[in-house]
Design a protein around this ligand. Structure first.
Ligand SMILES: Nc1ncnc2c1ncn2[C@@H]1O[C@H](COP(=O)(O)OP(=O)(O)OP(=O)(O)O)[C@@H](O)[C@H]1O
Ligand SMILES: [Mg+2]
Length: 227
């Protein structure tokens, strides 16, 4: 089943002489549960693509269908709700809220939705991420690997269908990097969560089911490694 369908997606930043075409008519689909690595040179459009898929920023033209919903047909409020419930986003520099504790950072998407936190689910996530002894700490009291585990927790708490990670290990040493990828893979395999990871690390790309190469805002190569 196709969970994600991208049709003729383009993104142009700016206007006139300074306009930059970051994405140029990109189309592809992703199956539910697939683990896709996205690679390509700096400035090729990888982060732009991920932002378009996650409903973070609107494309200039083209469509993004998530579970058959055309997400850019939604109004801003609907799009914000879609993003919170369906998409887990992980960044290189964690993007945690500095004044909130680990527990508050993880549960934030649920509280923003005015829902009640499922205590068992929260406990399970904290256990898997090995954060139980850090729940009342602030982000700046944590190591890089721990901060990234918190951001994974925050991304997982609403059980999103799709996890989007933009160089999630770009700021970590190889041990922490391996742990983070193993966690993402575990959620991908165990819960059939669709996983798209931008990476410059070949070892990570080789663990994916499929590798998409972006060059100059276009798909230069799209290769299934594990059918
Ligand atoms: N907000 C913006 N305004 C103007 N241009 C932008 C903006 N964001 C990105 N760009 C341009 O779009 C192009 C693609 O950028 P993008 O961040 O998607 O690249 P990337 O593949 O993620 O690169 P990197 O590997 O360095 O993270 C670049 O030329 C960049 O300068
Ligand atoms: Mg980028």
């Amino acid at each position: 089943m196709e969970i994600l369908k991208i049709e003729n997606l383009s993104k142009v930043y700016g206007k006139g002489e300074t306009a930059v075409t970051a994405l140029d008519n990109v189309s592809f689909s992703v199956k539910k549960g697939e683990f896709v690595a996205i690679i390509g040179p700096s400035g090729s459009g990888k982060s732009t693509l991920l932002h378009m898929l996650g409903g973070v920023d609107r494309p200039t033209s083209g469509k993004v269908l998530v579970d058959n919903t055309d997400i850019y047909n939604l109004n801003e409020t609907q799009l914000a709700i879609f993003r919170r419930r369906q998409i887990g986003l992980i960044y290189q520099f964690y993007n945690l809220i500095p004044v909130l504790t680990v527990e508050e950072n993880i549960t934030l998407p649920i509280l923003l939705d005015e829902h009640k936190v499922d205590q068992k689910q929260f406990d399970d996530i904290v256990k898997i991420l090995n954060l139980h002894s850090r729940l009342n700490h602030l982000p700046n009291q944590l190591s890089g690997g721990q901060q990234q585990r918190v951001s994974i927790g925050r991304a997982l708490i609403s059980n999103p269908a799709i996890m989007l990670a933009d160089e999630p290990t770009g700021n970590l040493d190889s041990k922490n990097s391996g742990e983070i990828i193993d966690l993402l893979k575990m959620f991908n395999k165990t819960f059939n969560q669709t996983l798209l990871v931008i990476t410059h690390d070949e070892r990570i790309a080789l663990q994916a089911d499929r590798v998409i190469v972006i060059e100059d805002g276009r798909i230069a190569k799209d290769e299934v490694i594990r059918p």
